[in-house]
Write a protein that binds this ligand. Structure first.
Ligand SMILES: Cc1cc2nc3c(=O)[nH]c(=O)nc-3n(C[C@H](O)[C@H](O)[C@H](O)COP(=O)(O)OP(=O)(O)OC[C@H]3O[C@@H](n4cnc5c(N)ncnc54)[C@H](O)[C@@H]3O)c2cc1C
Length: 387
C-alpha cells in the first residue's frame, strides 16, 4: 500500500480518535475557506477577518481552556494539530489564533481574577472580542528584561507610558495584554481599546505575514484601573509563561506550511515536462523531495512527543526551544527549496511556496529568534548563560 506523502510514518495512528476528528475538521475548513482566498489576501495585505466567526464557531480560540469559559477544553496535541492545519493555509491565520489563544486568553486565565476571566474569555472564545500581546519594544525584542514601558501607581489607578512594536492583531484588538515595569517588577495590564492616551498604528510595507495585522502600540499617560492588572504573576516569568504556550503551538504550525510546499513541489514536478520527461524523473529533484519528506517526518515526531509531554505536565521550555528552532528552520528551508523547484512560477502567489517562505521569515524571528532558542539550549547543556 502506498504511504501517505504528508505522513510517511503514519503518525496519525498515534493520535486519538478525537484528535483525528479535530485535525480533519480544521483541514476541511482550511481547504474550503482559507486556501481559495489566501493568495489574494496576502497580495492585498489584508487579514481575512471574515473567517473569524467560523474559526470561533469551530472552538479554535482558546481551545485548551475550560468549557466553563466557553472554550473547548482540548488537550495540547489537539491545539498543535489545529496550528498545523491552519498554517498549512497561512502563517497569518495561525498567528491570529496563537495570539488570541496563547498570548491573550491564556494569561487572563492563568494570571487574572475570576472577574477578568468572566469579562473577557467567553467573548474572546466567540471571536467577538479580539486580543493582542504587547511585550516587544522598539529598542530590542530579544532582551525583554530591558523593558522601558512602565506603569506607576496613582491612587486606584496605574498610569502607563511607553511603546510596543511588532504587535500581532494590534489594530484589531479590543484588549491588549501589556507588560510594563513597575516598582514591584514587570506586571501585566489589560489595556482596553479607546482608553485615553492609547493608540495603535499599523505597520505597512511588510513583505511577510501580509495576511496578518502587525502594529505599534503607544501609551501616553494611559490611566488603567487596578481592576485591569493581572494580579497573579510578577516578573518576566509572566510573559515568558505565555510565550512557552504560544511557542509550543508554533512548533506545529510550520509543519503545515512545509507539507503545503512539499505537496505543491511534488505535483508541479510531476507535470512539468523538461528535456522530454517530467521534472520529477530527475534524481536531483527526487532527492530534494525526499529530503523535505525526511525533515517533515522528524518534525512531526518531535512536536507530537512535545505535545504528549505537555499533556502529561512535563514539558520544559528548553524542549520547546529545540522544536521551535528545528521546525521553523525545517519549514523555511523547504519553502525556499519548493520555490526553486517551481522555477519562475514559484515567485508568484499563484503557488504557495513563496508566500510560506516569506511568512516563515517572521515565524523564525518572532517568539524568540532562532539564535535565542539556540542559546537557550546551549544554556541547558552547559549551565552557562551566553545571552
Ligand atoms: C510579524 C511579527 C509579529 C510579531 N508579533 C509580536 C506580538 O504579537 N507581540 C510581541 O510582543 N512581539 C511580537 N513580535 C516581535 C518579535 O517577537 C521580535 O521581533 C523578536 O523577539 C526579535 O526582536 P527584535 O525584532 O527587536 O530583534 P533584536 O532583538 O534586535 O535581534 C536582532 C538580531 O540579533 C540577534 N541576537 C539577539 N541577541 C543575541 C545574542 N545574545 N547573541 C547573538 N545574536 C543575538 C537576534 O537573533 C536577531 O538576529 C512580532 C514580530 C514580527 C516580525
Amino acid at each position: 500500500m502506498a504511504l501517505n506523502p504528508s505522513d510517511l510514518y503514519d503518525i496519525r495512528s498515534l493520535l486519538t480518535e478525537e484528535e483525528r476528528m479535530i485535525q480533519d475538521s480544521v483541514a476541511r475548513f482550511v481547504d474550503e475557506k482559507v486556501i481559495p482566498i489566501i493568495g489574494d489576501a496576502f497580495d492585498q495585505a489584508r487579514f481575512p477577518k471574515e473567517l473569524v466567526p467560523e474559526i470561533a464557531a469551530m472552538g479554535l480560540l482558546g481551545s485548551s481552556l475550560p468549557e466553563k469559559y466557553g472554550c473547548a477544553g482540548l488537550n495540547a496535541v489537539s491545539y498543535g494539530l489545529i496550528c498545523q492545519e491552519l498554517e498549512r493555509g497561512d502563517s497569518g491565520i495561525r498567528s491570529f489564533v496563537s495570539v488570541q489563544s496563547s498570548l491573550c486568553m491564556y494569561p487572563i486565565y492563568a494570571y487574572g481574577t475570576e472577574e477578568q476571566r468572566q469579562k473577557w474569555l467567553p467573548g474572546m472564545a466567540r471571536g467577538e472580542l479580539i486580543g493582542c500581546f504587547g511585550l516587544t519594544e522598539p529598542h530590542g525584542g530579544s532582551d525583554p528584561a530591558n523593558m522601558k514601558t512602565h506603569a506607576k501607581r496613582d491612587g486606584d489607578d496605574w498610569v502607563i507610558n511607553g511603546a510596543k512594536m511588532w504587535i500581532t492583531n494590534g489594530n484589531l484588538a479590543d484588549v491588549a495584554i501589556v507588560w510594563a515595569q513597575t516598582e514591584d517588577g514587570i506586571q501585566g495590564f489589560l489595556v482596553e481599546k479607546g482608553m485615553k492616551g492609547f493608540a495603535a498604528q499599523e505597520v505597512h510595507r511588510k513583505m511577510s505575514l501580509r495576511a496578518s495585522v502587525t502594529s505599534g502600540l503607544f501609551f501616553d499617560n494611559v490611566r488603567v484601573p487596578e481592576a485591569n492588572r493581572l494580579p497573579n504573576v510578577k516578573g518576566l516569568k509572566g510573559p515568558l509563561g505565555c510565550l512557552t504556550q504560544a511557542r509550543y503551538g508554533i512548533t506545529w504550525g510550520p509543519i503545515g506550511a512545509a507539507i503545503a510546499c512539499l505537496t505543491e513541489a511534488t505535483e508541479y514536478s510531476k507535470t512539468r515536462i523538461l528535456f522530454g520527461r517530467p521534472l520529477a524523473a530527475n534524481q536531483a529533484v527526487q532527492i530534494k523531495l525526499a529530503e523535505m519528506a525526511r525533515r517533515i517526518t522528524l518534525a512531526q515526531l518531535l512536536s507530537l512527543q512535545l505535545g504528549r509531554l505537555k499533556d502529561a505536565g512535563n514539558m520544559q521550555p528548553a524542549q520547546v526551544s529545540l522544536a521551535k528552532w528545528n521546525n521553523c528552520r525545517m519549514a523555511l528551508d523547504i519553502a525556499r527549496e519548493a520555490r526553486d523547484i517551481l522555477g519562475g512560477a514559484g515567485i508568484t502567489t499563484e503557488y504557495c511556496p513563496i508566500r510560506h517562505a516569506l511568512n516563515l521569515e517572521s515565524v523564525i524571528t518572532y517568539e524568540g529568534t532562532e539564535t535565542v532558542h539556540q542559546l537557550v539550549i546551549g544554556r541547558e547543556l552547559t549551565g552557562i548563560n551566553a545571552f
